[in-house]
Write a protein that binds this ligand. Structure first.
Ligand SMILES: [Zn+2]
Ligand SMILES: [Zn+2]
Length: 363
């Protein structure tokens, strides 16, 4: 089968690979749709370290084709969303209701299955699969602790987005920040995750949602998904946000880019006692600082957000329920679809910021 393979950093290829059948605790999925996410790009350019060669893709939905021994949570024919973080239900974090920190992610982050091997080979050599998924291919073999069955009536293209960007952004608002009705919110960065945070804030009943981006086209797009105001990210943006919020700053600010200086701006735009949520993942050597005098005095909260603080088996159906009720607009987030042969174009469009989400679709 064809797969989007990264032979080395900064190189995207579509190559023929072999896929072995699922072993115990694994599931073979016929992919229907796979989102093109910034984290794929971060793996391609080395911001997120991963061994190459590697099949990318971690935001996907499809239909179960075959199950390995001992798999009980899905059966052939089930429609499923893949989770890029597993939920083993046994580790320290899973037992404490924080599966987004599941310790079983270790081998998967090394781009292997739970047993440390891979089902994908290229020219006879075993190669890695991003997050243990590597679903930018017509089929993927994945761990059963990384897969959630969903209602068969739901569009698999829309469902794919829930595997990463939507759960991250909507979860940041609903789970991490627990945005309260009537509050005001600023979202820095209006890509797929930022748009999802805007939608999450809207679902939570925020009365004012200020979108911030360098690109005015993205601000216009943000308004289609619930932003009430759009601000170009210039040196006056904190002043502008205060001007829109009675001089106080927002109750909740979300940083959905992953740049230390923007994280500082987001915190500066947060009111005293308010909450800044860091969603974007930046470079290892980048950092932010807080003022040792004013930060405690202003009683601000600052928290990291991994995968929207989600519990996938509960949150995926919850997000898709909101979609079915018309409260989350996933269909219009899919700006463009691509075939697997158009993968390079899909990543070029991601880098140029053209799409809310690009999605690679399979027959
Ligand atoms: Zn776990
Ligand atoms: Zn992603």
């Amino acid at each position: 089968m064809k797969a989007v393979v990264i032979p080395e950093r900064n190189t995207i290829t579509v190559q023929d690979v072999e896929l072995a059948p699922p072993k115990a605790g694994e599931v073979k999925v016929k992919m229907a749709a796979v989102g093109v996410c910034h984290s794929d790009l971060s793996v391609i350019n080395g911001t997120i370290p991963a061994p190459t060669p590697l099949v990318v893709g971690h935001e996907g939905a499809g239909v179960v084709e075959e199950i390995g021994d001992g798999v009980t949570n899905v059966k052939p024919g089930d429609h499923v969303v893949l989770s890029f973080v597993p939920f083993c239900k046994k580790c320290y974090f899973c037992k404490r209701g924080q599966p987004f920190l599941c310790e079983a992610a270790g081998p998967l982050n090394m781009a292997r299955q739970m047993d440390g091997t891979s089902r994908v080979t290229l020219n006879g050599e075993e190669i890695g699969v991003m997050c243990g998924l590597g679903c930018m291919a017509p089929y993927a073999v994945v761990p059963d602790i990384s897969i959630v069955p969903i209602d068969k009536s739901i569009s698999l293209q829309a469902a794919a987005l829930v595997g990463c960007g939507v759960t991250t952004g909507v979860g940041a608002a609903l789970n991490t920040a627990e945005v309260e009705p009537g509050s005001n919110v600023a979202v820095f960065g209006c890509g797929g995750v930022g748009i999802s945070a805007i939608q999450g804030a809207r679902v939570a009943g925020a009365k004012q949602i200020i979108a911030v981006d360098l690109d005015t086209a993205k601000l216009d797009m943000a308004k289609q998904f619930g932003a009430t105001d759009g601000l170009v990210a210039d040196e006056n943006v904190v002043k502008s946000i205060r001007a829109l919020t009675d001089g106080k700053g927002v109750d909740y600010a979300f940083e959905a880019i992953g740049i230390g200086s923007v994280m500082e701006t987001a915190s500066a735009a947060t009111r005293a006692g308010g909450t800044t949520v860091l969603v974007g993942i930046g470079k290892r050597k980048d950092s932010m600082s807080v003022n040792a005098f004013s930060f405690p005095l202003m009683a601000k909260k600052l928290c990291g957000c991994m995968y929207g603080s989600a519990n996938p088996p509960e949150d995926f159906p919850r997000m898709l329920g909101l979609y079915q009720e018309g409260k989350l607009d996933l269909d219009n987030m899919i700006t463009k679809t691509y075939t697997i042969d158009e993968a390079q174009q899909a990543f070029d469009d991601l880098e140029s910021g053209k799409n809310a989400r690009g999605v690679i679709v399979f027959d």
